[in-house]
Design a protein around this ligand. Structure first.
Ligand code: FES
Length: 107
């Protein structure tokens, strides 16, 4: 399991043990973390699974593919450096300790 901390916009943290092979989005959705809507179910077609990755993790994640880059343009207040779509982040043991911050809202 990889421990992932999802921090709501109001500062409320949710520490979740997520099974490798799932996505960071599925870890939130399946454990009732509020603030990740995932309207398209993980198809990289909605941007409502947007988060800001904690600074120390930015370079430790796999690079965005062009589809994720494009879809992030539709997210609420994306940050080119820190924004990711959690449905595109596969959980591995290397992600143990990952911290992500939820945006004020999803669009
Ligand atoms: S769930 Fe729709 S883009 Fe991630």
């Amino acid at each position: 399991m990889a421990k992932i901390t999802y921090i709501e916009h109001n500062g409320t943290p949710h520490e979740i043990d997520v099974k490798p092979g799932m996505t960071v989005m599925e870890g939130a959705r399946d454990n009732g973390v509020p603030g990740i809507d995932a309207d398209c179910g993980g198809a990289c077609a909605c941007s409502t699974c947007h988060v800001y990755v904690a600074a120390e993790w930015i370079d430790r994640l796999p690079a965005k593919d062009p589809m994720e880059e494009d879809m992030l343009d539709f997210a609420y207040q994306p940050d080119p450096a820190r924004s990711r779509l959690t449905c595109q982040l596969k959980v591995t043991q290397e992600l143990d300790g990952l911290v992500v911050h939820l945006p004020e809202r999803q669009i």
